[in-house]
Design a protein around this ligand. Structure first.
Ligand code: SAM
Length: 393
């Protein structure tokens, strides 16, 4: 496909996404219906779509939609202008290219310097004060990072390998990576990220895909051999696997939606670990450590999941806060006296982090806050928060 044909495809896909459909689903459906598109075409189209979702407001502004709702076409015109490319070069009469710009489109679109802060930072206006509360002076650089593609990180499974050996194995498959300071086992992929899932290092459980911030959260937990640990919001088990690599634990994974845990068994066996999965009725009291990696706004990870930035509403945030508080209530009695409750989010909002923990501690004086860690995207990965609470013995 020509670069212009890829733009046409991205415009078509973006129009569906802007109408409310899920970007991953639309991309998959598009690929199924366009078998002639090769992997490079699909990757380029995907990048166009996700870049436009990260930078939706600024591309809309540059593309002539002002602060209004853009079309896919306006987003792609804005994307080209943001990159310093004249849209006339690709919106042309070529077969499969998007049709040429009209005079009105050519004249529309203002300079980004004139745009309001939320447009320049690609952030919904109502979220700016929520970010500012946590980020203060780092608001602009952090939101600036969320406008960019996120890095790909690996966690070296220290049960199976060392950093050096993992790097060699990855290199055999043309993948280059460098250690990352956020965690001792973290590698940042610098070349060949798209090949990771097919690499020997990945297929043999030597590395797992996991954000460096997520790894740092697990490093902060007081894990040691022999602990009975419950991962209460386990999802696909990313945090369970990381905990299991840290120490010899008796690990149970639970999720309200058991279907989400279906990959845990194969992932654990690849990693050389045993992780039980359990329904709520199968859980007992008396865990040494319970991790609650709760559902949240994802406001620390919008560069990875940019659609969430625009889908979030105040009402949805309230629902999430209610759910987070409920989950803490559910697990509190299951922590053994003297045990640990770890609360984690990939949010940067006080309301989901420090306020949530303060509310819990005020309702449960038997728990006290031992430490909190907020990981800023400026440290290199996604933004995360973790609080470690101890139950009195
Ligand atoms: C942030 S995700 C977890 C990600 C996972 N820990 C990982 O590292 O890949 C939150 C998970 O919480 C689950 N969840 C939501 N409400 C829950 C509840 N009341 N009890 C247990 N799990 C719940 C969701 O199904 C979702 O999989």
């Amino acid at each position: 496909m020509t670069p212009a044909a890829r733009l046409s495809a991205a415009i078509e896909i973006l129009d569906d996404v802007l109408a409310g459909e899920n970007a991953e689903r639309v991309l998959t459906t598009w690929a199924r219906g366009h078998r002639f598109a090769g992997s490079k075409d699909r990757a380029a189209i995907r990048d166009h779509v996700f870049d436009a979702l990260r930078c939706r407001r600024s591309y809309a502004w540059l593309g002539g939609a002002g602060e209004g709702r853009p079309s896919g076409r306006q987003l792609m015109i804005g994307a080209l202008r943001a990159a310093g490319t004249d849209p006339d070069a690709l919106f042309c009469e070529d077969r499969f290219a998007p049709r040429p710009l009209t005079e009105a489109e050519r004249g529309a679109g203002a300079a980004l310097e004139e745009a309001p802060q939320g447009v320049r930072l690609d952030c919904p206006d109502w979220l700016l004060p929520l970010y500012e509360e946590t980020l203060g002076d780092t608001l602009e650089p952090v939101l600036g990072l969320m406008r960019q593609r996120s890095e790909v990180f690996l966690r070296v499974n220290n049960r199976k390998s060392t950093l050096g050996h993992a790097l060699e194995l990855l290199a055999d498959d043309g993948i280059e990576a460098v250690p990352h300071p956020l965690s001792e086992c973290a590698l940042k992929v610098t070349r060949g990220a798209r090949s990771v899932a097919r690499s020997q290092a990945y297929l043999t459980g030597v590395v797992e895909l996991q954000d460096a911030g997520s790894q740092a959260i697990i490093d902060a937990l007081p894990l040691h051999d022999g602990l009975e640990v419950l991962d209460y919001c386990a999802g696909g088990g990313g945090k369970s696997l990381a905990m299991g690599a840290h120490a010899d634990l008796s690990l149970t994974a639970h999720d309200v939606d058991p279907a989400r845990m279906q990959d845990i068994a194969p992932r654990a066996s690849r990693a050389g670990l045993t992780i039980k999965t359990a329904r709520k009725s199968e859980l007992a009291d008396g865990y040494d450590l319970i991790l609650c990696d709760v559902p949240c706004s994802g406001s620390g990870a919008f560069s990875r999941s940019p659609q969430g930035k625009w889908a979030l509403t105040a009402a949805r945030l309230d629902v999430l806060k209610g759910l987070q508080a409920e989950i803490l209530e559910e697990v509190a009695p299951m922590v053994r006296p003297g045990g640990t409750l770890a609360y984690a989010t990939c949010s940067l909002f006080r309301a989901e982090n420090q306020d949530q923990v303060a509310g819990f501690v005020s309702r449960h004086p038997a728990f006290h806050l031992r430490r909190e860690r907020l990981i800023s995207p400026l440290e290199g990965g996604d933004g995360f928060f973790c609080a470690i609470l101890e139950r009195a013995g």
